[in-house]
Design a protein around this ligand. Structure first.
Ligand code: NAP
Ligand code: F7E
Length: 340
């Protein structure tokens, strides 16, 4: 019998790749989708076409802040696995909407855990909680590993710390199979356009084709351990297939600055970033996380996971994708790098 999984946050970057990954493994996939007055399913629309995946994708309206409805849904669909990816995931925005971020990221995770606990009374299940390298914040050691103390620097990171500890608490108190994946930054051509990597690749493609002139950025000195989202959803799945639940750092073990990402992208398009980038003080954060670098020894040794996509390839994949997107704005059809 095939397994079933519920993905909260299925319309997001990771949720859409995870849905593809699980469908390819013949799972029955359930996705929680927020009601929206305009389309929020663009990343998964290709999975929803009639006849694809033998009807193994079911979407359900819901919201992780609505605990009762969420519990009803989980008891109804009885998933073997739950991936809690739902979040207000933008760190800068969390300073403007701290209480909302706490509701979704913190209380939302608690609602998922509590619903899973109710289901576990009649059926075993496994739960992945999307934890974040932002929890390390003002880092206490480098590289950061599972035992590194947290020092969060934003409302988002504080809420993730809460969810992380609740996940451990449910594992210890109720014997539940709950895994925290402490994921370092991971990007893709599906990354939201206000995160720095995608903001850069979108702008660079448009600048190359004369659609815009300037790109406004904040702190170029921040360093991140950047990986590719498709590699990270494989890690999520692997973590739930292991015999015991545990917490894992998921990272590439390489760090680069925003400036280095910027240079890689503009170089690929034969452009000079210095001609186009302006620093806007409004894009600096009230409190910055300066330098993140993960130590993923545990997941590499225990689960055999390793990332397949390095920093240069990530920048290239995103740059080429967004040049083509800009090309469609100009030509309304497929556009190749060769033609740029
Ligand atoms: P994302 O693209 O921002 O997607 C977030 C998803 O959560 C979207 O599907 C969004 O729905 C949904 N969502 C937001 N509020 C919700 C609510 N109240 N109820 C139900 N769903 C809600 O994020 P991502 O990059 O895929 O990240 C996935 C998870 O990993 C998040 O928990 C994030 O915090 C965490 N994480 C990400 C990274 C990273 O570098 N990407 C690193 C560490 C941890 P809409 O489409 O309707 O907005
Ligand atoms: O910022 C700097 C900014 O917003 C990266 C989320 O997925 O990863 C992500 O959080 C760095 C920061 O991602 C701009 O100050 C400069 O130092 O792309 P970001 P993030 O804050 O690292 C973690 C692991 C998560 O868990 C989160 O959910 O880039 N930066 N100039 C800028 N950042 C943005 N967004 N925009 C700028 O113009």
């Amino acid at each position: 019998m095939s397994k079933s999984a519920l993905i909260t946050g299925i319309t997001g970057q990771d949720g859409s790749y995870l849905a593809e990954f699980l469908l390819a493994k013949k799972y029955q996939v359930h996705g929680l989708v927020r009601r929206s007055s305009s389309g929020n399913t663009t990343r998964i629309d290709h999975l929803c076409k009639d006849g694809t995946h033998d009807g193994r994708l079911d979407l359900h309206h819901g919201d992780v802040t609505d605990g009762q409805a969420l519990a009803n849904l989980i008891l109804q669909i009885q998933p073997d696995e739950i991936y809690n990816l739902a979040a207000q995931s933008h760190v800068r925005v969390s300073f403007d909407q701290p209480a909302y971020t706490l509701q979704v990221v913190g209380a939302g995770a608690l609602n998922v855990l509590e619903a899973a606990r109710q289901l576990q009374e009649t059926k075993p299940l496994r739960l992945f909680q999307a934890s974040s390298s932002e929890m390390y914040g003002d880092v206490r050691e480098t590289p950061q590993r599972e035992t590194t103390p947290f020092c969060p620097q934003s409302p988002y990171a504080c809420a993730k710390v809460y969810a992380h500890h609740q996940a451990i608490n449910y594992r210890q108190s109720f014997g539940m199979f709950v895994v925290n994946g402490i994921m370092f930054n991971h990007e893709s051509e599906r990354r939201g356009e206000t995160f720095v990597t995608r903001k850069i690749t979108r702008a660079a493609g448009r600048i190359k084709l004369g659609l815009q002139k300037k790109l406004y950025l904040g702190n170029l000195d921040a360093k991140r351990d950047w990986g590719y989202a498709q590699d990270y959803v494989q890690a999520m799945w692997l973590a739930l297939q292991h015999s015991v639940p545990d917490d894992y750092v998921i990272a590439t073990e390489k760090t680069h600055s925003v400036r280095q990402f910027l240079a890689a992208v503009f170089r690929r398009l034969d452009l000079s970033w210095q001609d186009h980038v302006e620093i806007d003080q409004r894009l600096f954060r009230p409190s910055e996380v300066h330098h993140l670098l993960g130590d993923s020894t545990k997941i590499r040794q225990t689960l055999g996971w390793q990332p397949k996509t390095n920093f240069e390839n990530l920048a290239a994949i995103m740059t080429d994708h967004d040049l083509e997107l800009a090309g469609r704005e100009v030509y309304g059809q497929r556009f190749d790098l060769e033609g740029a």
